[in-house]
Every structure is written in structure tokens, then in C-alpha cells.
Design a protein around this ligand. Structure first.
Ligand code: ADP
Length: 191
């Protein structure tokens, strides 16, 4: 099994690359952002709760996010592997994921960060907001808050995974194809 965590700030291109990589390696793609948006569309209790955080650019509480993630993995256990996109985003989530996977005799193969600077990321998000309808992409203050959430809560995961020897960094600036090539060159080394 190969289990990849795609890591990076909002707008880094995790969703775009995960979509390509899942087909290339036949992996199951789990995007916590997409799962939340799915629940919001269906107006489930989980969706209503998540929306109150997401619209402000805040992270959804760990317990809610972890339960949803674990349920999705459990429901899809007969796959070649997973691409986790947007999870884990806090040390609590990373610890919960490790414990959960260990319990299932699984583990993270690698955590790969897509790196790009805030200026480029903000431009990408504002652009996406024009067509995605995502409230959190349409306002620079909300985008700034998401970067702050990332710096405060998610960035510490670099050392969490580095300590395990599982942290890799890839230049996230360039064409979609160029970035895919950088990623596949790296991931092919884990097969
Ligand atoms: P992006 O990475 O571009 O910010 P996502 O679709 O991954 O977009 O996430 C959108 C929002 O969903 C986040 O700002 C946050 O509110 C919520 N979210 C997604 N994943 C998590 C997570 N692992 N923990 C907490 N909140 C999350």
C-alpha cells in the first residue's frame, strides 16, 4: 500500500495534483475540504457545523474532522492506497491519523509539501473564487486568516513528519504538468 499526504498552504495545488495522482497510481483520494463541502450541500448537521468555521477561514475542530476522515478510510479499505489532501492539518490530527493507521496495519509512506509563496497563492485563490463560488476564496481577509491558521497549526507538521523521515518538499510553482512530473518522480521512488 502507498499512502501519500499532500501538504501545503491553501491554493498550493493539492486538489489539482491529487486528482491527477489518484488516476496515475490508482489511489483513493480523500479531500477533507471536499467532504465538508459535500456535507454543506446536503445541509447535514456536520455540514452546518463545518460551514460556520470554513466561511471564516478557520479550521474545523479536530474531533469532527478526525471522525469524518476515519469513517471515510474505513468505508474504503479495499484500495491500493490513499492520497490525503488537506488532512492532517494539526498535530492532533497527525497523531490521530498515525494511531488509526497503525491500528489497521497501515502507515503513511510520505508527506509531500507543495511550496509556493503567499503572493502567488493569494492570486490563485482570488482567481478560483471567481468561479468556485467559495466564500473563503473571495475575501483577502479570509485568505489571510487561512494562511495564519496554516502557519500556527499546520506548519508544525513539517517537523512532525521530518522526525519520522517522511517529509518531502516539491516546488509548487510552474505548470500543472511540470508539478505533476516533480511529484511522480518522487513518488515513483517509493513504489
Ligand atoms: P484549501 O486547502 O484551499 O484551503 P480545502 O478545501 O482543503 O481548501 O479546505 C477548506 C476549508 O475546510 C479550510 O479552510 C477548513 O475550514 C476546512 N478544513 C479542510 N480540511 C480540514 C482539516 N483537516 N481540519 C480542519 N479544517 C479543515
Amino acid at each position: 500500500m502507498i499512502n501519500i499526504v499532500l501538504f501545503g498552504k491553501p491554493g498550493a495545488g493539492k486538489g489539482t495534483q491529487a486528482d491527477i495522482l489518484k488516476k496515475h497510481y490508482e489511489l483513493f483520494h480523500i479531500s477533507t475540504g471536499d467532504l465538508f463541502r459535500y456535507h454543506i450541500q446536503g445541509s447535514t448537521d456536520l455540514g452546518i457545523l463545518a460551514k460556520s468555521y470554513m466561511d471564516k477561514g478557520d479550521l474545523v475542530p479536530d474531533k469532527v474532522t478526525i471522525d469524518m476522515l476515519e469513517e471515510t478510510v474505513t468505508q474504503n479499505s479495499n484500495v491500493k492506497g490513499f492520497i490525503f489532501d488537506g488532512f492532517p492539518r494539526t498535530t492532533g490530527q497527525a497523531e490521530a491519523l498515525d494511531a488509526f493507521l497503525t491500528n489497521k496495519s497501515m502507515s503513511i509512506t510520505a508527506t509531500i509539501a507543495l511550496e509556493a509563496n503567499d503572493k502567488i497563492l493569494t492570486e490563485r485563490l482570488i482567481n478560483r473564487g471567481k468561479t468556485s463560488g467559495r466564500v473563503d476564496d473571495q475575501d483577502e481577509n479570509k485568505i489571510r486568516n487561512r494562511f495564519e491558521e496554516y502557519n500556527n497549526k499546520t506548519a508544525p507538521l513539517k517537523s512532525f513528519y521530518s522526525t519520522q523521515g517522511k517529509f518531502y518538499s516539491v516546488n509548487g510553482i510552474g505548470s500543472v504538468e511540470e508539478i505533476t512530473q516533480r511529484l511522480t518522480r518522487l513518488i515513483d521512488g517509493f513504489l
